[in-house]
Design a protein around this ligand. Structure first.
Ligand SMILES: *[C@@H]1O[C@H](CO)[C@@H](O)[C@H](O)[C@H]1NC(C)=O
Ligand SMILES: *[C@@H]1O[C@H](CO)[C@@H](O)[C@H](O)[C@H]1NC(C)=O
Ligand SMILES: *[C@@H]1O[C@H](CO)[C@@H](O)[C@H](O)[C@H]1NC(C)=O
Ligand SMILES: *[C@@H]1O[C@H](CO)[C@@H](O)[C@H](O)[C@H]1NC(C)=O
Ligand SMILES: *[C@@H]1O[C@H](CO)[C@@H](O)[C@H](O)[C@H]1NC(C)=O
Length: 363
């Protein structure tokens, strides 16, 4: 009643225009509030614009009936995008810097998409990221410093790109890493000691780069490591004796480097080894006696290692051995007959090994 009391034509107009305003506000606010709740959804349209414009695949991305969270490769939790997996989509465009807008991302899998250009610094915004797979693209440049701030990362897979520059000591900040794989790039310089502090690391593959220097002694701390591949680099020095701490190691490949000195006898303590590949190095002396302890070893490749002396009798301890390559060495003896005890050996390659005596070909 009081309202009515105050009602004048002016007020009615005011009220009317107020409700029109309200209406306009509602029209504006409702959709924009939906949008602001889900800036990720907006970012999906930006992403679509930068990667998929006029492409015949990713059809669902252009289907008006399909909500963005249901687009192929997109996973949302509520209105947040938590996973983007476009692996093996032949996109062949520049790596989209707008990826940095998806701050709730836990998984980003863009392997084999043909992305070009550099990795953007904005990757550092993805502070919840646990899985980053960008292997098999054509990415160039350095690893952006911001990458080393992604403290939740468990897996970082960057193999087979054109990345160069050095690995930063800041890699030590990624304490949750279980898998680090950067093979097939042009990473140069030394292996940072800080890598040895990643105590959860199970899988480390840096093969086929231009790394130099020696394996840091801190690697002895990587006791969870199952797979270590540093082959095809320019690493030098001794194979560190602390290698015996890597008790869980199942495969070790240090081939095609410039390692010198003896193969450490401590290698005999790696009783879980299935695969030991040390070829194309400049070792001295012979195969250590202790190698015979490796009861699970299936593959032992030691070609072109400058090995001398005799092959130890204990080689018969390698009861699981299937493949044995000692070609192109400087041994000065016969192959021990104990090798005949290796019932599972199907491949023995010993050409130009310096071995005398005839019966070194087995079938
Ligand atoms: C990423 O995609 C590749 C290829 O589809 C797949 O093999 C790999 O397991 C995926 N990685 C993750 C963490 O989902
Ligand atoms: C690694 O192990 C060495 C001992 O070999 C120890 O002194 C060092 O503190 C460890 N480093 C890290 C980062 O855990
Ligand atoms: C490793 O290579 C870098 C260049 O990438 C060079 O400056 C450095 O001296 C090399 N270190 C060793 C130990 O050879
Ligand atoms: C590898 O390192 C050696 C020294 O250890 C150096 O003479 C050689 O030039 C390096 N090779 C490459 C390809 O960097
Ligand atoms: C030889 O290989 C067979 C079949 O793979 C396997 O069952 C057996 O345990 C192996 N022998 C040894 C001594 O490892």
């Amino acid at each position: 009643m009081q309202i009515e009391h105050h009602t004048s034509p002016k007020n009615i107009i005011a009220m009317g225009s107020r409700s029109i305003c309200l209406l306009i506000l509602l029209v504006i606010i409702i959709p924009s509030s939906v949008m602001s709740e889900s800036s990720d959804i907006k970012s999906l349209f930006t992403l679509r614009h930068s990667i998929a414009e006029e492409k015949g695949f990713l059809r669902s991305w252009f289907d008006l009936e399909t909500p963005p969270c249901s687009w192929l490769g997109i996973t949302c939790s509520g209105r947040s995008v938590v996973a983007i997996d476009l692996s093996s989509m032949p996109l062949y465009v520049r790596f989209p810097s707008c990826i940095g807008a998806f701050e709730s991302l836990v998984l980003l899998n863009l392997s084999g998409c043909g992305f070009t250009g550099e990795l953007p610094d904005t990757l550092g915004n993805l502070q919840r990221l646990q899985y980053l797979e960008l292997n098999d693209n054509q990415l160039i440049g350095n690893l952006p410093a911001s990458l080393y701030t992604l403290k939740m990362l468990k897996e970082m897979v960057l193999d087979n790109n054109l990345l160069h520059g050095q690995l930063s000591p800041a890699i030590g900040q990624l304490q949750h890493l279980t898998k680090l794989s950067i093979s097939g790039n042009s990473i140069s310089g030394g292996i940072p000691t800080e890598l040895g502090s990643l105590q959860n690391l199970e899988f480390l593959d840096l093969h086929m780069n231009s790394l130099n220097g020696s394996i840091p002694a801190a690697f002895r701390n990587l006791s969870q490591l199952l797979h270590l591949d540093l082959s095809q680099n320019n690493l030098s020095g001794l194979i560190f004796s602390g290698i015996s701490s890597l008790v869980n190691l199942m495969s070790l490949d240090l081939s095609s480097n410039n390692f010198v000195g003896p193969i450490p006898r401590e290698i005999g303590q790696l009783e879980n080894l299935r695969l030991l590949i040390l070829g194309q190095n400049a070792f001295t002396a012979t195969i250590p006696e202790e190698i015979g302890n490796l009861k699970r070893l299936q593959v032992l490749l030691l070609p072109e290692c400058k090995l001398t002396g005799t092959i130890p009798w204990s080689i018969s301890g390698l009861v699981s051995l299937e493949e044995f390559d000692i070609s192109e060495n400087h041994f000065d003896a016969e192959l021990p007959t104990s090798i005949g005890l290796l019932g599972n050996l199907t491949q023995l390659i010993a050409k130009n090994a310096g071995l005398s005596g005839g019966a070194y070909r087995k079938n």
